[in-house]
Design a protein around this ligand. Structure first.
Ligand SMILES: [Zn+2]
Length: 176
């Protein structure tokens, strides 16, 4: 795929490799524009959730402007090095700060909280059960503790009784 800009309106365009050297009609300005032999290195192919098919061709300047406007986030995908990568992994741009500010107040915890709501929505019914599950083990461990303590007490009492029994028996045998 060849990425280039319209010579008339400057919008980013893409075309199949076979069309190199031909003319194209720009879908934005309806003017004819040549398709170069190779991609314009200033052009980027970006994909966000609202983009159809292969994404949108933007120049670096247009991309930065779009990110600044909030049209793209660092999670949107950019075609880089032959594969789709998150924008945030490819570009270190001023728009990257916008996400950090909320997390800067409460560093990692704030990030986790922002991640949690969708998880709870996905498993809405499982949220209470997990809470119940976390309660049950504590109750079970408490029961186990009391059971083991009771068992230990019983064993100790049994040993004491046995010792007393032995002592009495020995005393009786000694008397005889
Ligand atoms: Zn155009």
């Amino acid at each position: 795929m060849i990425l280039f800009t319209c010579t008339q309106c400057g919008k980013g365009l893409s075309s199949a490799d076979d069309n190199a050297g031909r003319n194209a009609v720009c879908p934005y300005c309806s003017q004819r524009t040549p398709i170069p032999e190779q991609s314009d290195p200033d052009c980027r192919l970006v994909f966000n959730s609202g983009a159809p098919d292969g994404g949108i061709v933007l120049t670096n300047a247009q991309l930065q402007a779009a990110i600044a406007k909030g049209e793209f986030t660092t999670d949107d995908l950019i075609y880089d090095g032959g594969r789709w990568c998150p924008l945030g992994h490819v570009l270190s741009l001023p728009p990257m700060p916008p996400p950090p500010p909320p997390s800067a107040d409460e560093p990692e915890i704030a990030l986790h909280f922002s991640d949690l709501p969708p998880v709870q929505l996905d498993a809405g019914s499982s949220a209470p059960t997990t809470a119940a599950k976390t309660r049950r083990p504590s109750g079970q461990t408490f029961d186990k503790l009391t059971k083991t303590l009771t068992t230990i007490l019983i064993v100790i009492v049994a040993i004491i009784i046995a010792i007393i029994g032995c002592a009495i028996a020995m005393g009786l045998t000694a008397k005889q």
